[in-house]
Design a protein around this ligand. Sequence first.
Ligand SMILES: C[S@@+](CC[C@H](N)C(=O)[O-])C[C@H]1O[C@@H](n2cnc3c(N)ncnc32)[C@H](O)[C@@H]1O
Length: 367
Amino acid sequence: MPVFKYGFRANPQSESYRNPAVNGKPMPGSHEVMSMFSGCGGLDLGFLGGFTYRRTLYSALPYHIVQAVDIEDRAVETYRLNLGEHAIVGDLTEIPVRELPKCRLLIGGFPCQDFSSSGPKVGFAGTRGRLYRVLVNYMVEHRPDVVVGENVPHLMRLEGGKYIRAILRDLENCGYDFQLWNIFCPAYGLSQSRRRLFLVGKRSDLPGHPELPVPSHKARHLPIEDAIGDLTKVLDESVTNQSQYFVATKATAGGGQGDHANRRGELAYCIRANAKARIQFHYELDRRLTVRECARLQSFPDEFVFPFAAMTCMSHIGNAVPPIVGHHVAQSVLKYIQALDTGLVVASSCRTYQQEQQDFFTASNLS
Ligand SMILES: C[S@@+](CC[C@H](N)C(=O)[O-])C[C@H]1O[C@@H](n2cnc3c(N)ncnc32)[C@H](O)[C@@H]1O
């Protein structure tokens, strides 16, 4: 396993553009964020900004993550190495909500395995299906202005929408209005076929609503080689994590059940958290994708280091929100809270989930 000198937040190469909040010096006027289920920090890096991906700068945003919590100690170690000491190991179902910091924003990609199309689909019956309740408890206690939850789009379809309706009812019943943003990540510059469902809410007493970010790459998706083509001949750690890949079985494209051989000119298959379940092959070489190639396909910058064995790193990477997608969402939220602060009426053509449901049932009754 490679040994790393430093992570993203101490790397001299990223110093000129990274968010000073990762070194404990938040930008003046930053908005405080509480991060739940923070994993290795994909969504959090998106909110902080201050990183480059494919020679594009994703600028630092005036956010300051006061605390990040995750139950998995190695994910937290990766987070701390890269994004700061504000991440702690903890079970959010056991930490009294009063002990968490009161912040203006709450973000949290609650665990999705029990809702995922590639999981057991047991919903609330599963051990992780009700974890979204810790977001609700925080909202009741601390009343953040804005809440960003994240999960898999399959949640909308599971049992005809039963679960998503129950979750949104709980989230909205404590005085919030939510929208669902079903985001196809390639439309925002990701070279991977990945969809994510964002549950974006704001307190009901506040005007307007954050708006769905405008796609940056709607009609021009970037193929896999665009993200990892330059790594084809790199076999060492001159690019971090590039020497690591999962080698448990013979690397023969298509040899195992559920294997995926990527193709040049197309989007990569979805990067999964369980590298054993769905093995990703290189589009040109007779081997699996390396940890760095998976990280690239998830839009982590090369200075973001994954300090564990390949399987563990793949799981953290596969679980993450792609940072560039998180950055688009974070910018929309920022536009909204800045408009709130300057007293501008936020014009919004977006409709809340409850309004859409109301229209749906009204239309159904009429027909
Ligand atoms: C989908 S991942 C979140 C990934 C993260 N948003 C990112 O972008 O990197 C869900 C996370 O929830 C964590 N988790 C599961 N149960 C938890 C609990 N009871 N308390 C705290 N974290 C928990 C898992 O360890 C996992 O890292």
